[in-house]
Design a protein around this ligand. Structure first.
Ligand code: NAI
Ligand code: MG
Length: 355
């Protein structure tokens, strides 16, 4: 792939601490691309819950068409105590992931050198996993409905939708990734004992794809068992492939054992590059700490690095991540979630100065 050097990036800072951590990621990109000839044009998309409160919708009517024109989307977080979560999530976040066929959700979980895991005495050698989460169907397909609303007879049905095509492409992506990592291990999170239709199909398709990758050590774990294993023996895990809901839960565990929910990034990837991909920290808008300037921006900065990697600049990704690692390892500059007293802006400035 040849790389053009000018990029149009949509910035969707969103709500709560999304607005606070996104500037940190943008500052890191600016510092890391300085003098490289790469030029980035940023366009703010003012969508989110504030937009909803004044316009009655989460995004512009022609929002998808507008967003489709960008090379990538850099996202903070969506959600506010003033707007029901199912509206915030379903009228903006999940439709972007689905419409743009960002069916891969790639989430590294790594204990950065110098940080102490809540799992005491582990080091950066023990926690280095990456989750490949199915991002377009499964438990978050949106299918279902409610009848007899508000009556004692009310019923809700929530349908998980799993397709052979959807499972096969995500499992294949995960195997490809596993072949590129030193340990070449792939764990598939399943629950075929209890979810006897969808997860049995998941296992059949995964077992079939595994035959194409004899060099990868492939294992299946039930999702509850793998959740426990992430805590008791994280060193035994490398790449994890899983469904939409399982991945949502497992990556909160992975980020938490790496120090905090504020650390892990998530790339919503459309591998065919038919649509823009979207890059965000895995955390939400954190209303409990929003407005205090103390949100940990590492997840947002790491997501910015993932975006540059996706655009073809692995070197810029590495430069940003190395700077984050040096700041973390220095031990002086940490936000309160990591036991420090630094502000979001202090971490951002330290990373920029390391770059
Ligand atoms: P959350 O991730 O916003 O917060 C969970 C806990 O982690 C809170 O105690 C928060 O203070 C802490 N935390 C999160 N990020 C942090 C950071 N960068 N630095 C320091 N501490 C951090 O999840 P919660 O509370 O379940 O959801 C809050 C809102 O965010 C809801 O409206 C939810 O729907 C939305 N949400 C949006 C997401 C997105 O836009 N991708 C993802 C998850 C939740
Ligand atoms: Mg989540």
């Amino acid at each position: 792939m040849t790389h053009k050097q000018t990029y149009n990036i949509a910035v969707l800072a969103g709500d709560g601490i999304g607005k606070e951590v996104v500037p940190a990621g943008l500052a890191a990109i600016e510092a890391a691309t300085k003098g490289t000839g790469i030029s980035i044009t940023l366009t703010d998309l003012p969508w989110g819950c504030d937009y909803y409160l004044s316009h009655g919708r989460m995004m512009d009517e022609d929002g998808f068409e507008r967003a489709a024109a960008f090379d990538a989307i850099y996202l903070g977080a969506i959600g506010s105590p003033k707007v029901p979560d199912h509206i915030a999530v379903w009228d903006l976040l999940l439709p972007l992931r689905q419409r743009f066929q960002q069916y891969v959700n790639l989430r590294p979980m790594r204990l950065l050198p110098g940080l102490t895991s809540p799992l005491a005495h582990r080091t950066s050698a023990d926690i280095d996993m990456v989750c490949v989460r199915e991002n377009s169907e499964g438990e978050y397909s949106g299918l279902g409905g409610r009848i007899h609303v508000g009556t004692p007879y009310e019923v809700a049905e929530q349908t998980g939708l799993f397709t052979r095509h959807g499972i096969e492409r995500i499992v294949r992506y995960a195997f490809e990734l596993a072949t590129k990592r030193p340990r070449r291990m792939l764990a598939s999170a399943t629950k075929s004992n209890a979810l006897r239709h969808a997860m049995v199909l998941w296992d059949e398709v995964a077992d079939g794809v595994a035959k194409d990758y004899p060099s990868v050590e492939y294992r299946k774990y039930h999702v509850d068992a793998i959740a426990a294993r992430m805590v008791t023996n994280p060193a035994s895990l490398d790449v994890i492939v899983c469904s939409n809901l399982f991945g949502d839960v497992l990556t909160d565990i992975g980020s938490a054992i790496s120090g905090s929910l504020g650390i892990a990034p998530g790339a919503n990837i459309n591998p065919e590059r038919t649509f823009p991909s979207m890059f965000e920290p895995i955390h939400g808008s954190a209303p409990d700490i929003a407005g205090k300037g103390i949100a940990n921006p590492i997840g947002a900065i790491w997501a910015a690095a993932q975006m540059m990697d996706h655009l073809g600049h692995r070197d810029i990704h590495d430069r940003i991540l190395a700077a984050v690692e040096r700041v973390v390892a220095g031990g002086q500059i940490r936000t309160p979630d990591l036991g420090g007293t630094s502000k979001t802006a202090d971490v951002a400035a330290a990373v920029v100065s390391e770059i």
